[in-house]
Design a protein around this ligand. Structure first.
Ligand code: XIL
Length: 634
């Protein structure tokens, strides 16, 4: 039941919508008032409470301080009938996209009839819960009404129809829900999928056939005219990585902008598969290709299919874990790009997804958050990323600095330790890595440049191309003794609001002698893309010859997924005796170090995943290579 004030506000919205219907009289367009909007808040069936504890932070709240809106495609039916759908959406989301309700077939079912009823229910819900809305979509080749597709309208008639539709639909939201619809997908999927290497051309559609290729220009111009404040997007699928389709889209957008057509952004849909998803580098490249042109980029329809085809099939641990890593990767990509401030999934629960019976969403069919949800939440909670287990020789003071300048600190490097891998002893190593934790802001078209010097000799120059804290490795050589590492920000820039900054936090120096000698371990676990999965009591073992009794750094490349707030634990044993354990608290492949005492001689080192749980959302541990290094003295 709505509280009185909320219901009063809703009634006011409905009244203003009804008033608008009258103002449409001049256009001779019968307007269907959203009579059922007031029914929206009533649950018809009692349903169990949503599973997240009330104290858990929501994605919406965690995203807000980053200037990011998290959203989903929503549909009015479950919003009316399913309390968990309504509550979860209201708690987790700060932007919504009507999944089908603004498509021509629904909103404009006959040439002289507009039906805003269903979309207005979503708009009312968005307004009531403090969300904004993406309008989707004004020109597309699918879900068009028969009156539009089956009549041989002339170019002039088609342009008039397109103009009137955009004026009516965009105008309706601008007037009835001022400020609510901040973005419109003006043109959807206009570029075809193609082979070859050339940029993909325009798709042949009812629009291109009857108007010509310039229908995009008209659509964007009409949309700007109807709402000068809204951001106007071109939206498409399969452009989440560099390639001919993205090139085709960019060619259209470039040409439009050269003609003065108002395009503000490109929406990357991100309908992707967990096992065929674009890499982090591809996502970054696709987003940068858009934003380096001075356009905004948005994640508009993300879902991550895992390949489930049976209605009652349960997702495997591997599917859930891999799906989670992909969700996180896309969020990472968005957070790393200053012009990506919208992150919308195409349905948030496996109970309501167009890909059913696949399970591509953040919540399961019972509205319990999946590992993928945890992945997004953890990424928003902890932007620094995990980089556990490095051998810290000495860590710099937290020395934030911006606006040009330098920080430096002294380290005592001890090079007498012996490093061993695979029977190769690398005694007296002098190779080091300075890992510098940095973040920066872009200005004047360039990222900050930071120079790292050891005893005043340049060891490397870093382009700090991320607004998030990230480690940058600079290799250097030095003999035993005390050395000074200096980190200097060199290309400061300031012009009005545009201010380039570089901020340095910790500097960590580690030995780097044996990274090149890494070898894959054998495993009893099943191969997974990029590594091995250790499930319940999974383990791998290999024989090593240890040259001397000493402390060693055993480095494992691993990634994991948590469950019930706890990450998997990897245990190392030497000849069956526990020598060390490490919390695998990282979604992405990372090098973790267990500092362990080993005795000289041939030994069997085994690695086991010990704290598996039997809940439906299982903990996972994926292990790749294992290397052994002698630890330097602190
Ligand atoms: C989908 C809806 O989710 C389905 O309910 C409907 O049957 C078909 O359309 N790209 C888009 C979306 O831009 O509008 C599509 O939505 C999914 C693909």
């Amino acid at each position: 039941m709505l509280r009185r004030s909320a219901r009063a506000a809703l009634t006011a919205v409905v009244a203003s919508v009804a008033a608008l219907a009258l103002s449409f009289g001049g256009l001779a367009v019968p307007f269907v008032a959203p009579a059922t909007a007031t029914d929206l808040p009533c649950a018809t069936t009692p349903t169990p409470k949503a599973v997240l504890p009330a104290t858990s932070p929501s994605l919406r709240d965690l995203a807000a301080p980053r200037g990011l809106r998290i959203g989903s495609a929503l549909a009015p039916n479950p919003l009316r009938t399913e309390a968990r759908y309504r509550e979860t959406a209201a708690r987790e989301l700060s932007i919504l996209t009507p999944e089908n309700q603004l498509k021509w077939a629904t909103v404009h079912p006959q040439r002289d009839v507009y039906d805003f009823c269903a979309a207005d229910q979503l708009a009312s819900f968005a307004a009531k819960t403090g969300m904004t809305m993406r309008g989707h979509t004004l020109a597309w080749h699918n879900q068009n009404p028969a009156w539009l597709t089956d009549t041989a309208f002339s170019r002039t008639e088609m342009l008039q129809i397109l103009h009137d539709h955009i004026a009516a639909v965009v105008g309706h939201y601008r007037t009835a829900f001022p400020g609510l619809v901040t973005q419109w997908d003006v043109v959807n999927e206009a570029v075809t999928d193609c082979g070859g290497t050339a940029p993909c051309p325009l798709r042949s559609t009812v629009w291109s056939q009857r108007i010509g290729p310039d229908y995009l220009d008209y659509a964007f111009r009409y949309a700007r005219e109807a709402d000068p404040a809204a951001k106007l997007y071109y939206n498409d699928y399969a452009i989440e990585r560099p390639g001919r389709k993205l090139n085709g889209v960019l060619a259209q957008v470039d040409a439009m902008r050269a003609r003065g057509v108002p395009v503000d952004g490109v929406g990357l849909q991100f309908h992707i598969g967990a096992y065929s998803a674009p890499s982090a580098a591809d996502i970054a490249a696709a987003m940068t290709a858009v934003t380096s042109r001075g356009l905004d980029v948005a994640v508009t329809e993300l879902d991550v299919a895992v390949g489930i085809t049976g209605a009652n099939a349960t997702a495997s641990q591997n599917q859930l874990g891999t799906q989670a890593a992909v969700y996180r990767r896309v969020l990472d990509g968005c957070l790393a790009n200053a012009r990506c401030t919208t992150f919308v999934v195409w349905g948030f629960t496996d109970a309501q997804t167009w890909l059913s019976p696949d399970q591509p969403c953040l919540f399961d069919k019972g509205y319990a958050p999946k590992v993928a949800y945890d992945a997004l939440r953890d990424r928003l909670l902890d932007g620094t990323g995990e980089r556990a287990g490095e051998v810290v020789v000495r860590q710099a003071e937290d020395s934030g600095h911006s606006g040009g300048g330098s920080v430096s600190n002294g380290w005592s490097l001890n090079t007498t330790g012996a490093a061993v891998y695979d029977d190769v002893a690398l005694a007296g190593s002098t190779a080091y890595l300075a890992s510098v934790l940095l973040r920066g802001t872009l200005a004047g078209g360039a990222w900050p440049l930071v120079e790292v010097r050891v005893d005043n000799v340049l060891a490397g120059t870093i382009e700090v191309n991320s607004m998030e804290w990230a480690p940058y490795d600079v290799p250097f050589s030095a003999p035993a003794g005390v050395h000074r590492v200096t980190v200097t920000f060199t290309n400061d820039y300031y012009n009005g609001d545009e201010d380039r900054n570089a901020v340095v936090d910790a500097v960590t120096v580690t030995t780097a002698a044996i990274e090149a000698e890494a070898m894959h371990v054998r495993t009893t676990g099943a191969p997974v893309p990029g590594g091995w999965a250790l499930y319940a009591n999974g383990n791998v073992a290999n024989a090593w010859s240890i040259p001397a009794t000493a402390q060693y750094a055993v480095r494992v490349v691993a990634r994991g997924t948590p469950s019930n707030g706890t990450w998997p634990v990897l245990e190392a044993t030497m000849d069956g005796v526990l020598v060390g354990r490490v919390n695998v608290k990282t979604w992405d492949w990372s090098t973790l170090t267990l500092t362990v005492p080993l005795t000289a001689g041939p030994h069997l080192l085994a690695f086991a995943f010990t704290n598996d749980t039997a809940t439906p959302q299982d903990r996972n541990l994926f292990l790749d290579k294992v290397t052994i290094v002698a630890t330097p003295a602190a």
